[in-house]
Design a protein around this ligand. Structure first.
Ligand code: SF4
Length: 307
């Protein structure tokens, strides 16, 4: 059974989403296309050695308990929890089928590097970060394990509202999105459906004991959450993550109905803010990508590839 109405499915289809099972989704990102054309890779390829044309961008659920201003999805159109959850093995299988279906559509282009196009049919990475909050899928640990048994690496991005699940996750790299330095800004930036601010702090503490690689990601939006670097540093300090990524909000998808183009900080503004957070936290700048307007911090200014 699915909770996704046919009207919502039509919107998702129009925006390039393919359903994976009855409640998951896959969508190719811009960088997969660019990588197959030898036109560059995403910042994760620069920071962590991922291969952009061999990466799946997916979510096991489109349901989310936040309505972030910066979100690209239509947060105004709620998606209800399904009556029944698909099994991890079925979501993974469906994901791979849909990814290959999406890639086959690029085959006719004369600009495509045929070797890379063929490689793309055998993905090696999964970014579980498309839309929706993945920890709301009760079998997320098992789904991650299913991808690992196929020899794939996994990046999971959670909003941190479900600390119990965060404690069970062992992806290749675990992210918590932290989009506010304090509760008041959190309410404004994320419009949570319940009071989940303390849950996020708890998740950050749990992350501190994680056996896997960890990262805190901040999406910076001018006029919304680009203040109080010391506040961010205090919260990030709870997690002591391996990495901190500070990136600019991008004026894309449905967020264009909520924010103006001017809400996007420039690369220089992201860099300046990152330096303040780094100083307050005692971290160093490890890398940056000007085209993606993102800065990477680590404890010693170094970074390690995932493979
Ligand atoms: S937590 Fe993620 S999916 Fe949910 S509203 Fe915010 S940006 Fe969108």
């Amino acid at each position: 059974m699915t909770s996704i109405s046919s009207a919502t499915r039509d919107i998702l289809k129009k925006h390039g989403y393919h359903m994976a099972g009855s409640h998951g989704a896959v969508k190719t990102c811009l960088w997969l296309n660019k990588s197959m054309r030898n036109d560059g890779g995403c910042y994760k390829s620069k920071f962590y050695g991922m291969t952009s044309h061999r990466c799946i961008q997916m979510t096991p659920t489109l349901v989310c308990n936040h309505r972030c201003l910066h979100c690209w999805r239509a947060v105004e159109v709620p998606v209800a929890l399904p009556d029944q959850w698909d099994l991890p093995i079925d979501i993974v299988k469906s994901c791979l089928i849909e990814q290959r279906r999406l890639i086959s559509g690029y085959g006719g282009s004369e600009f495509m590097d045929r070797t890379k196009w063929k490689e793309a049919f055998e993905p090696r990475h999964v970014a579980i970060s498309l839309s929706g909050e993945p920890t709301l899928y009760p079998y997320l640990p098992e789904m991650i394990e299913e991808f690992h048994t196929k020899g794939m690496t996994t990046f999971v991005v959670t909003n941190g509202t479900n600390p119990e699940m965060v404690g069970k996750l062992k992806p290749t790299q675990l992210y918590i999105s932290l989009n506010a330095p304090d509760k008041e800004t959190y309410q404004k930036a994320c419009s949570p459906l319940a009071d989940t601010w303390d849950n996020i702090k708890q998740s950050l503490e749990i992350m501190n004991g994680s056996e896997t690689r960890t990262a805190v990601r901040i999406t910076l939006t001018k006029g919304v959450n680009m203040d109080a670097p010391e506040g961010y540093a205090r919260l990030i300090g709870l997690a002591e993550p391996d990495y901190v990524e500070l990136k600019s909000y991008m004026h894309l998808g449905f967020s264009r109905n909520r924010l103006s183009r001017d809400s996007m900080p420039s690369y220089q503004e992201v860099l300046d803010f990152s330096k303040k957070v780094a100083e307050a936290l005692g971290y160093c700048i490890a890398d940056s990508s000007e085209s993606s307007r993102v800065v990477l911090l680590s404890k010693d200014g170094k970074k390690t590839d995932i493979v």
